[in-house]
Design a protein around this ligand. Structure first.
Ligand code: FEO
Length: 393
């Protein structure tokens, strides 16, 4: 728990969460996460920006007490999800004169999800300003990163931009300022993959908006504060670009080793042709690594054994995740092995339908692959090599 002045009466009042194991009960939190909140002391009015996650409310409120925060006039809700609005019900009791400031979509969300009374909320529109006396907050509606209700708050005089989830990272820290290293890049990329990748087009738009604004500091509501915003903006520019890398991602489930034999064969041959591969063991792997691989992959090969008359359920789970994360990949195919038959390829490809990927002819074998199966795999590999050459790799 921290209370630290960032700059000119702007304070960090968020907290680390090292105990939480998963975010969204989906992606393992290798390095925990933080719920950032900021207190701005103006010459006339005080404001809080974002709050905390429900299980952390008591700790959060104690921190405000410990630091003598007795007057809060405005609570800015940049986004309605409860990891940032969890303390609102308690805050409006503790500070009876405080108004929640947010946009109309977020207002409806917090009214319905947290039962916040309407008379405690004031709505703003894009470009509206709120005076704190010697400081001014300006609001920028940024729907799509990652909910329809998301917005940024810009502290005009100090040139500080509060971006809530956008440009965040699941990362805990002692120093609130970003250490621009590979560990932070890794955490920010895992976060982008799960939270922001489905909204790649919006990411590009808002990265440009921030570059044009040129803030001196970017202050997200997860992960560290960027004194050098170009570090994270350049990464987002790369991750959200339309161009993938010379990478084939191969998530697989193999019950008796036959599918794995095919996966290993494909991977080795592609590597021999200077194409990078990332194999991913769906059953034993960390879904964060699968999601991160999707950020860069140009081709996705999904491998599965057959269970009863369809794909292994864990492979279907991975296929669903790929489908909803909307990666930039252009090509896909499927490989698998069966005992007595069923609809493996048809079922596996269903969650991919919305991605509109070019499908390279899949290879399905009975039991262990035979020479004729390896011949088919060679055709599949040749097509991938050709496609990657066409991509300019
Ligand atoms: Fe960190 Fe969308 O909440």
């Amino acid at each position: 728990m921290k209370f630290q002045e960032i700059k000119n009466n702007v304070f960090y009042c968020g907290l680390n969460d090292s105990e939480r194991k998963y975010f969204d009960e989906l992606i393992p939190l290798e390095n925990g996460t933080s719920y950032n909140s900021y207190f701005i002391k103006g010459s006339e009015k005080n404001a809080l920006i974002d709050t905390t996650y429900p299980p952390k409310v008591k700790e959060y409120l104690n921190n405000l007490d410990k630091n003598n925060i007795t007057k809060i006039d405005y609570i800015i809700a940049n986004h309605g999800e409860q990891d940032h609005t969890g303390a609102l019900p308690e805050l409006i009791k503790k500070y009876p004169n405080a108004k929640i400031i947010t946009n109309n979509i977020c207002k409806n969300n917090i009214k319905e999800m947290l039962h916040i009374p309407e008379n405690r909320i004031e709505t703003i529109k894009n470009g509206d300003e709120l005076s704190l006396g010697d400081k001014t907050l300006k609001f920028m509606l940024t729907p799509g990163v990652h909910w329809p209700d998301t917005m940024f708050s810009y502290l005009v005089e100090d040139n500080m931009l509060f971006t809530c989830d956008f440009l965040g990272a699941h990362y805990t820290f002692d120093n609130v300022f970003a250490k621009e290293d590979k560990k932070l890049e890794h955490c920010a990329k895992r976060y982008y993959a799960e939270i922001m990748m489905p909204f790649r087009t919006f990411c590009k738009k808002y990265v440009q908006l921030i570059k044009d604004l040129n803030p001196q500091m970017v202050l997200p509501s997860h992960g560290p504060i960027y004194k050098n915003p170009s570090f994270i903006l350049n990464l987002y520019e790369d991750w959200s670009s339309d161009k993938g890398k010379n990478l084939v991602l191969i998530p697989y489930v193999s019950m008796y080793g036959s599918t794995l034999e095919m996966v290993n064969y494909i991977s080795k041959k592609l590597n021999e042709n200077n194409i990078h591969t990332q194999k991913f063991d769906i059953v034993n792997g960390d879904l964060g690594e699968l999601a991160t691989g999707l950020v860069d992959a140009t081709t996705i090969i999904l491998g599965s054994s057959m269970v009863l008359a369809g794909p292994h359920p864990m492979a279907m789970n991975a296929a669903y995740l790929v489908g909803v994360l909307c990666p930039k990949a252009k090509y896909t195919t499927f490989v698998g092995s069966y005992g007595w038959g069923g609809k493996l390829i048809e079922k596996l490809s269903e969650p991919f339908a919305n991605l509109k990927l070019e499908v390279i002819e899949p290879v399905l074998v009975k039991g262990k692959p035979k020479q004729e199966d390896f011949d088919k795999l060679d055709e599949l590999i040749s097509k991938i090599i050709q496609k990657h050459k066409e991509e300019g790799f």
